[in-house]
Design a protein around this ligand. Sequence first.
Ligand SMILES: C[S@@+](CC[C@H](N)C(=O)[O-])C[C@H]1O[C@@H](n2cnc3c(N)ncnc32)[C@H](O)[C@@H]1O
Length: 310
Amino acid sequence: MVKQNESLNRAKNTKNDEFYTLISDIENELSNYDFEQFKDKKVYCNCDDPTWSNFFKFFTKWGKRMGIKEIHFTNYANTKRIWNKQLTLFESFDLKDSADDDKAGTAHHWIYDPVRDKLTKKKLKGNGDFQSSECLKILQQCDIAVTNPPFSLLTQYLKIIIENDKKFLIIGNENEIASRSWCSYFENNKLWLGYTHPKQFIDINGNIKKLGFVCWFTNLDVTYRSRPMVLHQQDLSQFSKYDNYDAIEIPKTKLIPENYWGNMGVPIFFVEKFCPQQFEIVDSSSAYGKVPEINGCKLYRRIIIRRKRS
Ligand SMILES: C[S@@+](CC[C@H](N)C(=O)[O-])C[C@H]1O[C@@H](n2cnc3c(N)ncnc32)[C@H](O)[C@@H]1O
């Protein structure tokens, strides 16, 4: 697992963004959501070339049943993809009427209409960077962003989506949870985790690559956010008080006591079970700033939470 976490961090630090999502991972995640959330909505996959992205494959199969109005795609002209497999399903679309320019290194805006099963394609002026003004304009006209964005630009990507007040469902590195801006999103209920953890991706050469600590991030409705965790009475003498935070140390999420109402430091992966009706995050600086200490010994990163009285 340590090795897989290292590969993920290496991918981020060396700006290797070419890890492609498996169709099974998209299906596993999306099958958990109430499709009503997608009804009559415009979805935008802003890091996806429909000729090969499995997000295109997923939405052409499910878009109509989900009641989606339109699905937009833009591809990035500078993608350094060696693996050149094209989705066979793509060949069934008649793109004769579309303004075409297929030179390598061009970027396009594609629109799929699930009711008419029709795909149109228009050349972009720029390179399809999700941060470019023409891609931002498409984002502003859409409702939900769904993709696996470049690992090296995940924080910039999320900032843009949240600033534009969009719904999103994206794949990313779970370790981001411990950074300042991500903690503040969690604290302010602007971001939470989806359901599943993709473990395998297709690399630039078309080989399967295992990566650990990958998850889906979203602000769509997920069931666990409205289902309080079942807590048990605990012997409180087993929990020590921190030297540098006003909280007690709870080393495992499952040990959160039913018989305690004060501040508690919990592992950062608590966010996977965070139900905001049951808990509030009172201090996340313990995740990205000073590490909590007990009797001078540093602990792992923690999030300080407190139970809410209903
Ligand atoms: C992690 S890969 C995932 C690709 C695809 N979404 C999928 O799930 O298979 C991220 C993709 O984003 C592309 N990319 C990198 N920088 C980008 C940018 N600034 N704007 C849009 N796409 C970018 C990369 O070339 C890469 O193909």
